[in-house]
Design a protein around this ligand. Structure first.
Ligand SMILES: Cc1ncc(COP(=O)(O)O)c(C=O)c1O
Length: 397
């Protein structure tokens, strides 16, 4: 018999999610994102936001967002190609291209919409998509939207990538897609080797720099700048939802490529454009980071300090090289308990457990930002080590 009662269907789906430990507990912030924020009514040290530079509640950026709202209104009124392109949207794309030393830029509603919409415009039938096994879900979904064949290489494994490329002769186009910074691991893709292989095998490259923009490179220009590869990667994709403190996705690349995207990407053509306040905030964020090099010094010195203390206590941070610092636990129940007890003690971190990671690879994920003080970090390390020791996660010496 056909199922038609939606509430019954949803109830059964929820039972499955519960039994597979896939239910999310949504915590509620009672105010702006700051270092310390009231979460579910409790004052918490925020060690899990992507607000790397502390711009989400920055007064200068808020003022610019308000100015844009006052001048241009609450909404844009349409999709970009109908009547939803305001002078502000163009100004943002111009600022972005200049900041990223690129020919052109296109913005989208979110990073998700960017990957989802752009990847299928680049490759289709008779083409090949080659993807790192730990790429973000939005890349995976973007690849699913394409008619190209898909092959996955082992995480950051150049030999595994090479083996796929060696066997790619029959395809019309080949596109290699990788995260620059992996969001669960905090490690960085070996972009110079990937670019070298791409050139050797006539492949194109697409780098998702969601966690590298505003973090790596000169004045936060991202992973491609960090490796000195500007002009050698075909597409750099990024988001305003992390270091830049607001929301919105983008790509930078060649002029013709960007013009093609504005005529082909479905989220661009079919979904409303950013409201003026968002665009105003994003323009202000790009200008702000270029005037404040101290933000990056703070971000990286705090990251280094925290990592050293955590490693010094005997905890395992995997291969992390960035402010994303996982603390490996192994057992999912233990990782959950560590996160819960930290929350009780005033530290908000996210447990990453099965099925997000393999059963024996559960962890908590911490993210350092430029506004954390030494006191914040010392408090976090003390509590993490204390509770991890109690739970038997810190190895006995
Ligand atoms: C690697 C990566 N790409 C893309 C996205 C999507 O970005 P957005 O939040 O702007 O949709 C994320 C967000 O979690 C991400 O981590």
């Amino acid at each position: 018999m056909r199922e038609y009662n939606l509430e019954e269907i949803a109830k059964a789906e929820l039972e499955v999610l519960k039994s597979e430990n896939r239910m999310w507990k949504e915590h509620v912030l009672h105010g702006a994102v700051n270092n310390w924020t009231i979460v579910d009514g409790k004052k918490e040290l925020m060690l899990c936001t992507n607000d790397y530079l502390g711009l989400a509640n920055n007064p200068e950026i808020k003022t610019e967002a308000l100015n844009a709202l006052k001048e241009y209104g609450a909404g844009s009124g349409a999709v970009r190609v109908i009547a939803g392109t305001m002078k502000l949207h163009i100004e943002l794309e111009r600022e972005l291209a200049k900041y990223k030393n690129a020919e052109a830029a296109v913005t989208f509603q979110s990073g998700f919409a960017t990957n989802f919409g752009v990847i299928p415009t680049m490759v289709g039938e008779n083409d090949l998509l080659v993807s790192d096994e730990l790429n973000h879900g939005s890349i995976i979904d973007g690849m699913r939207m394409s008619k190209a064949e898909r092959k996955v290489y082992r995480h950051n494994d150049i030999e595994s990538l090479k083996a796929i490329l060696e066997d790619s002769g029959k395809y019309r186009r080949v596109l290699i897609v990788t995260d620059a910074v992996f969001s669960m691991e905090g490690d960085i893709a070996p972009l110079p080797e990937i670019v070298r292989l791409a050139k050797k095998f006539d492949a194109m490259t697409y780098v998702d720099d969601a966690h590298g923009e505003g973090v790596l490179g000169k004045l936060g220009r991202g992973a491609v700048n960090h490796f000195g590869l500007e002009g050698q990667v075909d597409v750099e994709m990024g988001t305003f939802s992390k270091a830049f403190g607001s929301v919105g996705g983008y790509v930078v690349g060649g002029e013709k490529f960007c013009e093609m995207l504005k005529n082909k990407v479905r989220p661009y053509l079919l979904s409303g454009s950013h409201p003026p306040a968002v665009v105003g905030a994003n323009i202000a964020a790009i200008r702000y980071v270029q005037k404040h090099p101290e933000l990056f010094e703070r971000l990286w010195s705090s990251t280094k300090y925290f990592k050293e203390k955590i490693k010094g206590a005997g905890l395992d941070i995997g291969k992390s090289e960035t402010p994303i610092t996982p603390i490996m636990v192994g057992d999912s129940a233990k990782a959950q308990r560590l996160a819960d007890e930290l929350f009780e003690e005033g530290i908000f971190v996210i447990p990453i457990v099965y099925p997000m990671v393999p059963k024996d690879k559960a962890r908590i994920r911490t993210i350092i930002n430029a506004r954390h003080t030494k006191e914040d970090l010392d408090f976090a390390v003390r509590k993490i080590v204390e509770i991890a020791s109690k739970l038997g996660i810190v190895p006995k010496r």
